[in-house]
Design a protein around this ligand. Structure first.
Ligand code: 0A1
Ligand code: ZN
Length: 866
């Protein structure tokens, strides 16, 4: 066993991109045999392995918590000295070029609280393998560049597990003695093991069909608990819409005879794109008007599309290694965002996406966990399913699409799919396909994959009345981020227009490429100083600082024909007033009131857009604009402005609220827009302090025939101290106590409330009989929401920090992935005053002193303190 001994050095703590080496052994075929049972599942794996390249290294099969009951090579059982376990991996020295290796292991799915590998959830057995869960099921080279053809046989008790699903197409099934049965599935497409899946359970099916563009019929199934069947219609519609859209927009057709989706209650992320068998967190499948908000409906549509689109961007072309994660995630987010834009309002979708990017990714990019879209190293890959990989990654694709234009972008994606179908590819492969298909040079653009940090662009517009010219001076800086102190100038595509303030017109939108640290662009024919509209459509994920006056912003908020730029001008107008008032400067609140009145009364505008535009920036976003975040001052200033807007326009809010009352529930864009606007109007009306505010809110809560209005009314009431608050919360609880997804909203609304006692209330809810650490949705609805409530979480007592840290410590023993996702809010301590920062650091240090802390939390907490 000399060869094996030489490989038994401890697994490296840090995995580096530069250490990538092709696999030593390939596994073209694998057969898996499962004898399923919640307490003891037996797995028999048969791998055909082939040596890769001229090397003599042993076969190393990853394993995590597995003990081989039997190991065979070419049909012969090996003795205990013929294999070794090294850091969980099974190592076997093999003499030849190709062998058949068999292993048998036993698992206990019901004891698997990490929800990685094979686990039990509400009577179901299901799997989650991305990123490294397959090694908790069987010994295998668990890396995305080992692609295999899978045949899977499952055997189980027929009464308890009447439905047996796996990847690919079903190829056989039958009954067995003793009330048992079996099923066999075969997936003809070679895939990495992170895309493996099986599900066993008592499930009902919403069955439908889709005929692809080449005439192939696909059987569609959405599998849920029987009682949930009526809540699957929206997901099914979203699936069929996605399939048609991917054919129309990208020319991508589905490739198996069946496509199944299963909803499970306990799931660490949103959903998973396993080949032909997507597994979803039930919150992204189940929706009906009684329990789902319009946002939930949109979430279902977007996530169903996202997972479906992965069939091409992720499954047919997968990632060579996990550093390339954004290859599939960034592109797929871009695809799902484009799909949702086509299904609803393009303008509103863009605003929502940018709001998410700024809230999640810009914060990440400016803190201790900042990393490039293609990271250089990681300790635990689960920590890299981040807003940077997903959302900034999508912005990179969007910028390339913009620079290429629609036709050349489509030619380039065609080339990418054709060139790399069936391969494990890299981000570089994608960029090269964009260059080759689009005829552009993206040499400098590649820096977006390498450099972390959000670029800042200073835009100064100078007017020369004599020459009749306007000069736009653009200066960029990319801030230092961990491990990257010095940055090079990026290639930044900025859509720009110059408005003539008199006519209210511009002469066309231009795409400027900012490629140097400082660059000037001159525009002729401007007798009067024009008004600058920049980063239209949010063409680049950057922070723009400009010398535009409040009057310019008011002009753009009323006149800009680019909806995003119009929204942005309104937001900037509000930010200037709020940040100014926090800084004790004299500010013109009346300008904000006037701009809101103008927007809210413009009959040409889509109500959904109006609702977005007139909403005040969040407390967290205001914090991002300050050198040191002062949560109390931000809260006070925002509340005061909200009240002022409420009071000044009270009749308008009453009119809108009364005028947007619908007769019957509908999911039409108009109905959704009306609800969005109605909820904002209610919010301002209550903020005005009007005596009857809580009564009107309670009326909406009581009468609503949909969750969008009911939850918004509840949230408005939860901020205040009226009797109606307790009454509404009690009614809501009693109505939905048996419906986990809806009860999550009850927890979330209270954790997110602007109420002076929120910290105490969250501490009490932690002890509530319906709170559990074993369900990630419940944890997120209480602690995820609370950590996003800047005013409450950063309560100067430090109690909020302690609550979250206590939760992380307790949860780490159960589900480290979900625990690690609660760490980043504590890691933002550099942004706060020394008192708060010291308390946040102390909690991170306390977490790190816990014995047996997971790699997930160790990495996040450790990096947060560096
Ligand atoms: N690839 C999935 C996200 C995902 C990642 C890791 C998981 O592990 C528990 C689960 C899901 C997606 O992008 O939808
Ligand atoms: Zn994805």
């Amino acid at each position: 066993m000399a060869d094996i001994q030489s490989t038994t050095a401890a697994a490296p703590l840090i995995i580096r991109r530069s250490d990538y080496r092709p696999p030593d052994w390939l596994v073209p075929e694998i057969t898996l045999d499962f004898d399923l049972d919640a307490a003891a599942t037996r797995v028999h794996a048969t791998l055909s392995v082939v040596r890769n390249g001229g090397q003599d290294r042993p076969l190393r099969l990853d394993g995590d918590g597995l003990l081989p009951l039997e190991v065979k090579v070419d049909g012969r059982a090996l003795g205990p000295d013929e294999w070794a376990l090294d850091g969980g991996a099974l190592v076997i020295a093999l003499p030849g070029q190709a062998h058949v290796v068999e292993t048998r292991v036993e698992l206990a799915p019901e004891g698997n609280s990490k929800l990685m590998g094979l686990y039990a959830s509400s009577g179901l057995l299901c799997t989650q393998c991305e990123a490294e869960g397959f090694r908790r099921i069987t010994f295998f080279p668990d890396r995305p560049d080992v692609l295999s053809r899978y045949t899977v046989r499952m055997e189980a008790d027929k009464a308890r597990y009447p439905v047996l699903l796996a990847n690919g197409d079903p190829v056989g099934q039958g009954d067995l003695p003793g009330g048992r049965h079996w099923a066999r599935w075969n997936d003809p497409f070679p895939k990495p093991c992170y895309l493996f899946a099986l599900v066993a359970g008592d499930l009902a099916c919403n069955a439908d069909r889709f005929v692809t563009m080449s005439g192939q019929e696909v059987a569609l199934g959405i599998w849920v608990k029987k009682a949930d069947l009526p809540r699957t219609a929206h997901a099914m519609k979203a699936l069929k819409d996605s399939m048609a859209w991917d054919e129309r927009v990208y020319g991508r057709e589905y490739d198996l005879d069946v496509f199944n989706i299963v909803a499970v209650a306990d799931f660490n992320f949103g959903a998973m794109e396993n080949k032909g068998l997507n597994i979803f967190n039930s919150r992204y499948i189940l929706a009906d008007p009684e329990t789902a908000t319009d946002l939930d409906y949109d979430g279902v549509e977007g996530v169903v599309a996202h997972e479906y689109f992965h069939n091409w961007s992720g499954n047919r072309i997968t990632c060579r290694d996990w550093f390339q994660l954004s290859l599939k995630e960034g592109f797929t987010v871009f695809r799902d965002q484009s799909f949702s834009a086509d299904m609803g309002s393009r303008a509103v979708k863009r605003i929502e996406d940018v709001r998410i990017l700024r809230a999640a990714q810009f914060q990440e990019d400016s803190g201790p966990l900042a990393h490039p879209v293609r990271p250089e190293s990681y300790m635990e890959i689960s920590n890299f399913y981040t807003a940077t990989i997903y959302n900034k990654g999508a912005e990179l694709i969007r910028m390339m699409a913009l620079m290429l234009g629609p036709e050349r972008f489509r030619a380039s994606t065609d080339l990418y799919f054709e060139r790399h179908d069936g391969e494990a590819a890299t981000c570089e492969d994608f960029v090269r396909a964009m260059e080759d298909g689009g005829g552009v040079d993206l040499a400098q653009f590649r820096l977006w994959y390498e450099q972390a940090g959000t670029p800042r662009v200073r835009a100064l517009l100078n007017h020369d009345a004599d020459a009749g010219t306007a000069e736009l001076v653009l200066e960029q800086t990319v801030p230092p981020t961990p491990g990257q102190p010095d940055k090079k100038p990026m290639a930044i595509p900025l859509r720009v227009a110059l408005f003539d303030p008199q006519s209210g017109q511009h002469r066309g939108d231009q795409l400027l490429m900012l490629t140097e640290a400082k660059q000037a662009f001159t525009f002729t024919g401007f007798a009067q100083p024009p008004v600058l509209s920049i980063n239209r459509g949010f063409s680049a994920p950057v922070i723009v600082e400009s010398n535009r006056s409040q009057a310019d912003l008011a002009f753009l908020s009323a006149r800009d024909d680019d909806p995003f730029a119009r929204y942005e001008a309104m937001q900037q107008l509000m930010v200037n007033v709020l940040v100014g008032s926090i800084g004790g400067q004299p500010v013109d609140e009346a300008a904000v009131v006037a701009a809101i009145r103008h927007t809210a009364t413009d009959p040409q505008l889509d109500p959904a857009f109006v609702a977005e535009a007139i909403r005040l920036p969040s407390e967290a976003y205001l914090g991002d604009q300050m050198a040191v975040v002062d949560p109390d001052a931000i809260h006070a200033a925002r509340e005061a402005l909200q009240r002022r807007i409420g009071e000044a326009l009270e009749p308008l809010w009453r009119d809108i609220h009364a005028g947007t009352k619908a007769n019957a529930f509908s999911l039409s864009p108009a109905a959704k827009g009306a609800r969005k606007l109605r909820n904002i109007a209610l919010h301002y009306l209550v903020a005005s302090g009007a005596q009857d505010g809580p009564e009107i809110a309670f009326g909406q809560f009581h009468e609503a025939d949909n969750m969008t209005e009911r939850q918004a009314a509840l949230a408005t009431l939860a901020n205040g101290a009226s009797d109606a608050r307790e009454a509404a919360l009690d009614i809501f609880y009693n109505r939905y106590r048996d419906d986990a997804l809806t009860l999550d909203k009850w927890f979330q609304t209270q954790a997110f409330a602007f109420h002076p006692d929120t910290v105490q209330l969250v501490a009490e809810l932690r002890e509530h009989k319906d709170f559990t650490l074993t369900n990630p949705n419940r944890v997120r609805s209480l602690f995820g929401a609370f950590a996003g409530n800047q005013w409450a979480f950063h309560d100067k007592s430090g109690k909020g920090y302690r609550l979250v840290a206590d939760c992380i410590i307790a949860l780490d023993k159960i589900n480290p992935q979900t625990a690690a996702r609660l760490v980043p809010p504590l890691g933002r301590w550099r942004r706060f005053d020394e008192g708060r920062a010291a308390m946040m650091r102390a909690e991170l240090e306390r977490i790190l002193t816990e014995p047996d802390l997971s790699r997930d939390v160790t990495e996040q907490a450790g990096k947060s303190l560096e």
